[in-house]
Design a protein around this ligand. Structure first.
Ligand SMILES: Cc1ncc(COP(=O)(O)O)c(C=O)c1O
Length: 318
């Protein structure tokens, strides 16, 4: 039995049918436990537990970082119970968090780890790594693949590693990220739209009180967002798969400069109130709030429940 954290990208028994429909039967032998909840995890362990899987910073789950104390406890529990610890760093690895691997923030090591995305920096490449001890049953040649280990991909991977593992590179990511963080946190405190900023390094998530689609449209209009194929803007967006959470995943380019960030923060600040007003307008239109034969209070409550401030609701409802 392998335990994995709720919100893990590579789910095995998706509760969310959006991900699992059409892919059944689901692989047996996996049990989901609550993310960041050490008590529940301990209760879920039994003598059949062979491994624990976790993304140190969940990507699709909404840029949710595991608490460092949680990661440390996982390592301790795995050691004590002879359980393998598996980290999925497909999304959070390779410099995005300010360290080569995100788990380094907790000063622990996994037994097995999957990586991809950043390792090829655009070139399709992934890898599964393990300690010698954890891979005793997996000898050379026991797992083949048509394209596995092909020379072109390996050269790309080596080149990427050369750049990312350079200390100056990572310290620049860390320094720029801290600057962006501090300022985004200030914005979080004053903004009606941004309710939470989370993540690590330049792997950032912004939780909004309004629809993520509306928010991203606005950012795109203001040229703050990278659209998929453009390389001129500093933020690139992937809306969270769990759109109800209103989470954006921002993977900010690692080469971004402080002044670019400052420009973007200024634009965000200026636009904060406009965003809220325009988003409230879109919301009211979509939900046909103005046309409904309902009391003013009921309309107001609907708008307020969607996260709009009293002043903005009043402006919309007239
Ligand atoms: C954390 C995580 N794990 C695994 C995967 C799946 O990776 P792949 O598409 O290389 O199979 C993804 C894809 O987005 C991911 O974000």
């Amino acid at each position: 039995m392998v335990l994995f954290m709720e919100g893990l990208m590579a789910h095995f028994q998706h509760k969310n049918k959006k991900y699992s429909n059409g892919f059944g039967p689901m692989l047996k032998g996996f049990k989901q436990v609550e993310f960041n909840n050490i008590k529940k995890l301990i209760l879920a362990i039994n003598k059949k537990t062979a491994g624990i899987m976790i993304e140190p910073i969940q990507g699709e789950g909404g840029i949710r970082p595991a608490n460092l104390s949680f990661l440390k406890s996982l390592r301790k529990i795995c050691n004590e119970n002879n359980i393998l610890l598996f980290f999925d760093e497909v999304q959070c690895g390779f410099g995005r968090s300010g360290k080569l691997f995100s788990h380094e923030w907790a000063k622990i090591k996994p037994d097995i780890m999957s990586v991809a995305k950043g390792i090829g920096s655009g070139f399709p490449l992934g890898a599964c790594m393990s300690t010698n001890k954890a891979c005793v049953a997996m000898t050379k040649g026991s797992h083949g693949s048509t394209y596995g280990g092909n020379p072109l991909a390996m050269s790309v991977g080596l080149e990427v590693l050369k750049h990312i593992s350079n200390k100056t590179f990572l310290s620049k990511v860390d320094k720029t990220a801290r600057y962006f963080w501090e300022n985004l946190k200030k914005l979080e405190n004053t903004s009606n739209i941004i309710s939470e900023v989370r993540g690590a390094g330049l792997l950032l998530g912004i939780k909004t009180n309004i629809s993520n689609i509306d928010f991203s449209e606005k950012l795109k209009k203001n040229k703050l967002l990278n659209d998929r194929y453009s390389s001129t803007k500093i933020l690139s967006l992937s809306n969270s798969g769990r759109s109800k959470n209103f989470i954006f995943n921002y993977l900010i380019k690692k080469g971004v400069s402080k002044s670019q960030i400052q420009n973007n923060l200024n634009l965000m600040k200026q636009d904060n109130n406009n965003w809220e007003f325009e988003s409230a307008k879109i919301f009211a239109k979509k939900k046909k709030i103005l046309e409904k034969n309902e009391s003013y209070e009921k309309k107001l409550a609907k708008m307020a429940r969607a996260g709009f401030s009293y002043d903005i609701c009043k402006k919309i409802l007239g």
